[in-house]
Design a binder for this molecule. Structure first.
Ligand SMILES: Cc1cc2nc3c(=O)[nH]c(=O)nc-3n(C[C@H](O)[C@H](O)[C@H](O)COP(=O)(O)OP(=O)(O)OC[C@H]3O[C@@H](n4cnc5c(N)ncnc54)[C@H](O)[C@@H]3O)c2cc1C
Length: 377
């Protein structure tokens, strides 16, 4: 390894949000990485809107400010997220406040990946499927930001946590551009969920995340979802994919560092991964530049996944009556006040309570098995 950061040779596999965030930070320190992207341009294959959920950034309130101030990453969101409307089979309720932001994902110029691309000068080698082992021999460091678990699996660092199948579409209708909707109903989502995130007044992403579904079965759940909820939106561009959420340990093997989805930075409850993916890319760059332990620098990020794992475990056992209770609880005035109008880390509190409850029932293992399974305390 060379001593001067400017002379370090770094390869990044994947020009997704985590790989590009890593490149932005490396460039800030005078390193020009080589970025390899198997597609002909950056951004996910299908256009969709997603959310930066403020609750995932506690105790910091504003995720866009946090990214700018603490990580030097600038994101131009589509809109502020001011309202979340939650539907269980027999209960519907809404929470309002500064809930986070809606962002554009995909290949359009507004998308987060295209925004990041505009912030770097490093070359992106398009149409190049990179091979991590060959790059590890050639470069000082390799950042695996492939959005999938293949390399972590080969190196024995991956453990599956939640692997639902997702079907989604762009829908046309009339929407509040600052409001997201969520549905919990075992009839069509099993222990997954469905959501609608608007791009603007007329267009939105509708997605269904089904636990245990496959490419063969997801279409039937999608049909059922539309029948039960009686939607009459016009549908464009239907897509489907498997969403992998897993834990990775260690996050660095020799000169190979895992970032984004490839590093297991997908929160297991609802699959939120943007904030952690971006942060892990920046942290990987900082670990390289400063010669620090990546694993240690990641500690705060790993904690969120550890915290939310008990929530996913509880949801995995949920029935429709539990969803009715859950939504009724989430919209109760005291909870609303504490969760959405203060800076309290409510995720942490809920997760701790669920963990205690699970232990009481004897259903949960004594130690939360997320993130690290070897030396991590
Ligand atoms: C439907 C859906 C909705 C989501 N909604 C939200 C949300 O609302 N909020 C949230 O926080 N998160 C959300 N997420 C999660 C989040 O969008 C993704 O997890 C995140 O964008 C992943 O970023 P990444 O950089 O790890 O991977 P990606 O963005 O997938 O980028 C990986 C890149 O690596 C490239 N690549 C892979 N292998 C190679 C190779 N061998 N050589 C060269 N290139 C390679 C790929 O082509 C790709 O461009 C959602 C995800 C999905 C699928």
């Amino acid at each position: 390894m060379k001593g001067v950061s400017g002379s370090l040779r770094v390869a990044i596999i994947g020009a997704g949000i985590s790989g590009l965030a890593c490149a932005i930070e490396l460039e800030r320190h005078g390193i020009t990485p080589d970025i390899f992207e198997q597609r002909h341009r950056v951004g996910e294959l299908f256009t969709h809107s997603a959310v930066f959920l403020q609750i995932m950034s506690r105790p910091i309130k504003d995720p866009v400010n946090e990214l700018r101030k603490d990580y030097g990453i600038i994101v131009e969101p589509l809109n502020k997220l001011k309202k979340i409307i939650m539907h269980a089979p027999n209960v519907t309720g809404a929470v309002t406040g500064n809930m986070g932001y809606l962002v554009h994902l995909g290949q359009a110029t507004k998308s987060v990946a295209c925004q990041f691309l505009a912030q770097i000068k490093s070359p992106v080698h398009y149409n190049t499927k990179a091979e991590y082992a060959a790059l590890a021999r050639e470069y000082d460091y390799v950042i695996v930001a492939t959005g999938n678990n293949q390399v972590a699996k080969i190196l024995g660092c991956w453990q599956d946590v939640y692997t639902p199948w997702v079907m989604g579409a762009t829908v046309q209708g009339s929407f509040d551009p600052c409001a997201m909707q969520m549905w919990l109903n075992t009839e069509y989502a099993k222990t997954g969920y469905a959501y609608l995130t608007p791009f603007n007044h007329k267009s939105a992403t509708m997605a269904l995340v089904v636990t245990g579904a496959t490419r063969e079965t997801i279409g039937d759940y999608w049909k059922r979802f539309w029948q039960v909820e009686k939607f009459d939106y016009q549908v464009n561009n239907i897509w489907d994919l498997q969403h992998n959420s897993g834990s990775v340990y260690p996050h660095q093997v020799g000169n190979i560092l895992f970032a984004g989805n490839a590093g297991g930075f997908v929160e297991p409850t609802l699959g939120f991964a943007l904030l952690a993916g971006i942060k892990s890319g920046v942290i990987a760059a900082r670990a390289i530049v400063k010669g620090k332990s990546y694993e240690e620098l990641l500690e705060k990020l790993k904690k969120t996944n550890r915290l939310t794992l008990p929530i996913r475990k509880s949801l995995n056992r949920a029935q429709n009556k539990d969803y009715d209770h859950l939504i009724a609880l989430l919209i109760a005035p005291v909870i609303k006040q504490l969760t959405y109008n203060t800076n309290i880390d409510s995720l942490k509190i809920v997760a701790s309570l669920l963990n205690i409850y699970d232990r009481y029932l004897g259903a949960a293992p004594k130690k939360i098995e997320s993130g690290d399974r070897r030396n991590d305390p």
